[in-house]
Design a protein around this ligand. Structure first.
Ligand code: HEC
Length: 140
């Protein structure tokens, strides 16, 4: 009985892992992008209204969302042709994700310390990372 339950658990875990690896659609990514754009606006409002709670709500959404961003299924399934390109894409995406998370933490810390200038600098570095992907990877 224990063995049987264990098997069910493993099966469920495997199914979950599969579901997470698959199923990132263009619609999902657009939604993530819109969430991040809203988060950036919220952070900016927080700066102007001098409201650390609004700033932190924005950085939280940003940090939680940027980790989802990746090539969509249609791009992954094209890997024969785009393999090399995809590798670069993933490597660059991971770097950008790390930078955005770090800079979001900088914003929280600096703004909480009353250092609005440094917080704004971290903010513009994040905007730079967004544009880096849009311009360099996506040729926008
Ligand atoms: C790793 C690459 C990458 C990063 C990083 C990235 N984007 Fe995007 N962004 C995209 C892609 C790709 C699209 C096009 C969405 C699609 O059609 O799949 C997009 C589209 C958008 C859109 C348009 C969404 C719409 O409604 O059509 C907005 C707004 C946006 N991004 C905001 C941001 C913001 C803000 C950040 C940074 C916090 C960011 N992006 C970081 C790749 C990226």
């Amino acid at each position: 009985m224990i063995g049987f339950l264990r098997q069910i658990t493993l099966l469920t875990a495997a199914t979950t892992a599969f579901t997470m690896a698959e199923g990132y659609t263009q619609a999902d990514r657009i939604l993530d992008m819109q969430k991040m754009a809203q988060a950036m606006q919220d952070i900016q409002s927080g700066f102007f209204y001098n409201n650390v709670d609004i700033v932190k709500a924005g950085t939280k959404v940003l940090k939680d969302t940027i980790v989802n961003v990746r090539p969509i299924d249609a791009e992954v399934n094209n890997k024969d042709i785009y393999e090399k390109w995809l590798n670069n894409d993933l490597k660059m995406t991971r770097k950008i994700q790390k930078k955005i998370k770090n800079k979001a933490t900088d914003i929280e810390e600096r703004f909480s310390d009353g250092d609005a200038v440094q917080a704004l600098q971290a903010y513009s570095k994040i905007a730079g990372q967004c544009m880096k992907c849009h311009v360099r990877l996506r040729k926008w």
